[in-house]
Design a protein around this ligand. Structure first.
Ligand SMILES: C[S@@+](CC[C@H](N)C(=O)[O-])C[C@H]1O[C@@H](n2cnc3c(N)ncnc32)[C@H](O)[C@@H]1O
Ligand SMILES: Nc1nc2[nH]cc(C(=O)O)c2c(=O)[nH]1
Ligand code: SF4
Ligand SMILES: [Mg+2]
Length: 207
C-alpha cells in the first residue's frame, strides 16, 4: 500500500479507467465508466487483477480529474473498483461524482470501513480478509465467488448478515468455471433465493 496517499481522498492511485458494459451482478448489461484504484492486501490467490495490488505502481491522480473524465461518457454511471477501493476515503470522489449527476456504484470485498456516497454497493466478501459489518449492512448485492464446493456453505453464512432486500449471487471463479458452473446451476435450482452471476465481459471479450 502507498504511504503518500492523502487521507482526504483528493488524490487517489489510479490504475486504469475505461468505458464498458458492467459484466457482473445486478447491473449486468449496463454501460458504465470503470475507475480502477490501485492497492489491495486481501490476497485472493485467484484474483484476476493482481497488477492492481501494489498501489505504488499506480499514479496518484486528482479526484477532480477522474470526475472530469467520467463526465465525458454518455452513461451517467461509474463503477469504482480496484484493487480494494475502500482502502481509501471515497467521500470526496463520490460527492463530486454525484454533484455532477453521475450514479456511483462500487465493487468491494468489504475488508475496509465503508466511506463514500453510493447508489449501489456490490459486496464480494473474501475468506482471506473477511467483510466488515458496516459493508454487510449496506450491500445491495452479495456476490460470492465459487472456487470450490465449500464456498456454498460459506456463502450461506454471509447471507445471514446482509439486509433482507440484498440480492444474492453466486459467481464461478473464472479458472474453475467449467467445473463450478454446473454445481451453481443445481444449487440455484434448489435454493432460488440465490441467482447466478457470470463474468459476461470475459465471454464478450470486452474490458
Ligand atoms: C477484482 S475485484 C476488485 C474489487 C474488490 N477488491 C473485490 O474483490 O470485490 C472485482 C470483482 O471481481 C471478482 N473476481 C476477481 N477475480 C475473479 C475470478 N478469478 N473469477 C471470478 N470473479 C473474480 C471479485 O470477487 C469482485 O467481485
Ligand atoms: N466489464 C467489466 N465488468 C466488471 N464488473 C466488475 C469488474 C471489476 O473488475 O470490478 C468488471 C470488469 O473488469 N469489467
Ligand atoms: S479483494 Fe478483490 S482486488 Fe483484492 S485480491 Fe481479492 S479479488 Fe483481487
Ligand atoms: Mg474485473
Amino acid at each position: 500500500m502507498s504511504n503518500q496517499v492523502p487521507e482526504d481522498g483528493t488524490l487517489l492511485p489510479l490504475m486504469e479507467e475505461f468505458y464498458t458494459i458492467q459484466g457482473e451482478g445486478y447491473h449486468t448489461g449496463k454501460a458504465a465508466y470503470f475507475i480502477r484504484l490501485g492497492g489491495c492486501d486481501v490476497g485472493c490467490h485467484w484474483c484476476d487483477v493482481k497488477e492492481s495490488w501494489d498501489a505504488n505502481l499506480h499514479p496518484l491522480t486528482a479526484a477532480d480529474q477522474i470526475v472530469e473524465n467520467a463526465k465525458k461518457h454518455p452513461a451517467k454511471t461509474v463503477v469504482i473498483t480496484g484493487g480494494e477501493p475502500l482502502i481509501y476515503n471515497l467521500d470526496y470522489l463520490t460527492r463530486a461524482l454525484k454533484a455532477a449527476g453521475i450514479q456511483t456504484f462500487i465493487e468491494t470485498s468489504g475488508a475496509y470501513p465503508l466511506s463514500g456516497f453510493w447508489d449501489w454497493i456490490c459486496l464480494s466478501p473474501k475468506k482471506f480478509k473477511g467483510p466488515r459489518p458496516d459493508v454487510l449492512n449496506a450491500a445491495g448485492e452479495l456476490k460470492v465467488i465459487v472456487f470450490n464446493k465449500s464456498d456454498f456453505q460459506w456463502a450461506e453464512e454471509h447471507a445471514k448478515f446482509v439486509g433482507k432486500n440484498c440480492k444474492l449471487y453466486l459467481q464461478p471463479e473464472w479458472s474453475k468455471a467449467a467445473e463450478m458452473t454446473p454445481l451453481i446451476i443445481d444449487y440455484v435450482k434448489e435454493n432460488p433465493q440465490w441467482e447466478i452471476s457470470l463474468q459476461t465481459h470475459k465471454y464478450l471479450n470486452i474490458p
